[in-house]
Each structure stands twice: as C-alpha cells, then as structure tokens.
Design a protein around this ligand. Structure first.
Ligand code: IYR
Length: 275
C-alpha cells in the first residue's frame, strides 16, 4: 500500500478534519446507520421561568473566577465523578466523544506533574514567551548576532496584571488535578481508524461545560493550558499517542486568603451585535 500524503496542502499539520480512509473497500459508519430516532420531550418551562433561570444562571457564572490559591481540603466523595460525567454530556463531531479526563489526587503524582510543568514554564517565561523568542521568529539572523538576552516580550508583559509565575504551588496544593486530553482519532472494533471530526472545538465545548459544572457545585478551578508539556505529561500519565493534553485544571476550594485580580468583563453592548 502506498504511503498517504496529506491531501490538502497542510504539510502534515494537524487540522480539524482528518484524512478519510477513502481507499478502504467498504464504508460503514462507526455508529449503525439504522440507529433509531426517538422522541425527545424535555420538560417545557413557562416563559417567565425561562427568563428567571437565564438570569440566575448568568449570576452564578458571573461569579466564576480563575483561582490560583487553593485550600488543600479534600473534594467530597463522588463529586469528581459527577463533574466528569457532566463534561461527558458535551456535544461532539459525529458523536465521537473525543476526550479523556485524567483525575489526579495522589500527592506524588501531583508533585511529578508540578515538576514537569515548572521546568517547562521556566523555559516558557525565559525563552518561549520572551522577546528573544518573539523577535527571533521575525528576524533570526540579526538577533543571533546582536541579542542573546532574555528580555520580557509582549506576552510576558501582558501577563503582569495576573501575577503568574513559572512556579506553580497550586499543582501540588489543590486537592485534585483534572487533565483534559483530546483524542485526535481512535480505533474501531475492527481495527480501522475512527475519524474524530472537529475534535478541537468538541473538547473546547466540553471544557466549558466542565468549568460551568465546577462553578455550579461550588468549587473553583484554574483554567491552565501548559505550554510544551504535552509529551512529558502524556508519558507520565501513560496516555496513548492519539491523545493530546488540552487543559490542566487544578480543582478544589479557594484558599481562605485567595485573591483574584480586580478586573471586569466586557459589557453586553461590547460583545453582542443584533442583526
Ligand atoms: N502558561 C503560563 C503563562 C500563562 C499564559 C496565559 I495566555 C495566561 O492567561 C496565564 C498564564 C502560566 O500558567 O503561567
């Protein structure tokens, strides 16, 4: 069999749509074609109740904040399971459910994750997010001659109000870490590759539902997307090569002295346009 080349000129980069297996001798959907369609009759709510619930839910979500200081108090039994089940209700391309949620509560494993993330973040802050790296992309030849310093770039500067640092005590202090992996594809029972259409947006929606569930039950999280940690964390957690770490959420209760930056959100007028 001839080796397949990327067909859309993407140079083999990851895309939303995987190559189909067009030269397979037969095409059978991954979910049976004769899947019955059944009535869906959720509870019908009156208009005023719909309005009240939309207000209440907005209030609940408006109180969500990204928290960087955690209390070590344990999470009640069963909560993490319910949160993951809720994230698993998310819609996904062709119902492929392209996610794996790794829940870490073991202190040694949290520490091992922290070590990897801190090591990479040292490099991120000093190099990957720094001026040297940003300018290097634009003008590598000049920089290699005149500049070897690690001056702060725009990225590091833009993060200053949030007081983020390469050291991440919350990774060992929070009672649980929830790592969201995206499956770029999977395998069917017959051994063929199963396409995961729109896996990126599917996992992003699931992450939003997960954050909302965490807020609803009264816990807090830190939405973090560690840069350049994928391969090492995937290996540490024994995840397969079709999976990619998209999100690392420390989850728990805020430390009693936790603070958050005093920032506000855009107004409705700024984010909504009615046509
Ligand atoms: N991942 C780094 C840097 C960072 C980047 C963004 I964009 C943030 O909103 C926050 C942090 C860190 O976790 O420190």
């Amino acid at each position: 069999k001839k080796e397949k080349l990327p067909r859309n000129g993407s140079g083999g980069k990851e895309r939303d749509f995987p190559d189909d297996e067009g030269d397979e001798p037969y095409l059978v959907p991954a979910i049976p074609e004769d899947t019955p369609h059944v009535p869906y009759k959720p509870l019908k709510r009156a208009d005023d109740e719909v309005l009240q619930r939309s207000r209440d839910y907005y209030q609940l979500m408006a109180n969500r904040r990204t928290v960087r200081f955690f209390s070590p108090e344990p999470i009640p039994e069963g909560v993490l399971e319910n949160l993951v089940k809720t994230a698993g209700t998310s819609p996904s391309g062709a119902h492929t459910e392209p996610w794996t949620y790794v829940v870490v509560q073991n202190p040694e494993m949290k520490e091992a994750i922290r070590n990897i993330v801190e090591e990479e973040e040292e490099l991120n802050y000093a190099k990957r997010m720094s001026r040297q790296c940003q300018d290097f992309n634009a003008c590598w030849w000049l920089l290699t001659i005149v500049c070897v310093s690690h001056a702060d770039g725009q990225w590091v500067t833009d993060l200053k109000p949030f007081a983020t640092k390469p050291t991440k005590p919350y990774l060992s202090e929070a009672p649980a870490l929830l790592l969201v992996f995206r499956q770029a594809y999977s395998w069917r029972p017959d051994g063929r590759k199963r396409m995961h259409y729109y896996s990126e947006i599917s996992v992003a929606i699931a992450a939003g539902i997960l954050l909302a569930a965490i807020q609803y039950c009264g816990l807090v999280a830190l939405t973090s997307t560690p840069l350049n940690c994928n391969a090492r964390l995937r290996d540490l957690l024994s995840r397969p090569s079709n999976e990619r770490l998209e999100l690392l959420l420390p989850v728990g209760r805020p430390h009693k002295e936790a603070t958050v930056p005093d920032i506000s959100r855009k107004s409705l007028e700024e984010i909504m346009i009615k046509v």
